[in-house]
Design a binder for this molecule. Sequence first.
Ligand code: ADP
Ligand code: F6P
Length: 319
Amino acid sequence: MKKIGVLTSGGDAPGMNAAIRAVVRTSIYHNLKVVGIQRGYTGLLDGEMKEMDIASVGDIIHRGGTVLKTSRCEKMRADAGINEAIRVLERNQIDGLIVIGGDGSFQGANKISCAGIKVAGIPGTIDNDLAYTDYTIGFDTAINTVLDSISKIRDTSMSHEKVTIIEVMGRCCGDIALYAGLAGGAESILVPEEKYEVTKICEKILQGKKRGKAHNIIILAEGREAAVELQKEIFAITGIESRVTVLGYLQRGGVPTAFDRILASKMGAKAVNLLIEGKSNRAIGIKDNRLIDIDMMEALTKRKVFDHEMYNLSQILSI
Ligand code: ADP
Ligand code: F6P
């Protein structure tokens, strides 16, 4: 292993910069050259890369986003794109590639590894939708951002005695909704993984009103349905108007939490060490508070298990 390339791909996530910093500094510590590939797979196909030195990753550990930039690159989904990516890596004598991203990004990395280029994957996505790891980089920051928004919305929702629907990101995964909803004391949490009927939410709203509790906070995962649809359903059943807040992209930004920075630092260093050991196609994760690495293909085929116990707890605590 002489030269490592690092890129960030898919949706950006707070903590990606801390991971890039760890990759660059660990590589330099081991006398390896390291190049930063710009704009994810798009930049890889365009050969957009430059060598990184110690100073190039100074002053970024606390910053959200990714200094390498990121993209969604349709070309990589076809064989022609993969072959071009391999050609670019070979032309630039990159023997090891570290991909920081979600499951889509890992799909691309897995295909590149089939050509003999060593790859390692670092899970970076706010969605926490990778089954093989307890946490992905960015998730902790995102749930804290959502929590902060819930607290602010709670103030006005309580003052105006309103029913509030807060739609959060997560693609098909309900983890952002579940974790932020439990921490924020939401009355109802709606996720794609649980069959929770709208009629139950309505019962809760009406029961709450009887008890003198006029406000009601509903956290809705985007993968379940759109907030405006739920708003219409609640009105049709109860005749009560609710207010909708779609949190959107603010969930992807912000200063990474200590948890995300530490996780990213450990994972970045681990990725370099695995490549130095001659390992390839490894997905790095954290299980029961210990760093792990498993075969990327295996990581991609595992099905995410939703934490039903935690969901049930949120139901009990919001009676
Ligand atoms: P994430 O990595 O956060 O899941 P995406 O699903 O958008 O985000 O994937 C990021 C990029 O990874 C895509 O834009 C594409 O370039 C690449 N990618 C996704 N799926 C595949 C696939 N099946 N084969 C090759 N590359 C893929
Ligand atoms: O994967 C991260 C994420 O923010 C998802 O939660 C969301 O569904 C998606 O990306 C939005 O993607 P885009 O940036 O393409 O709008």
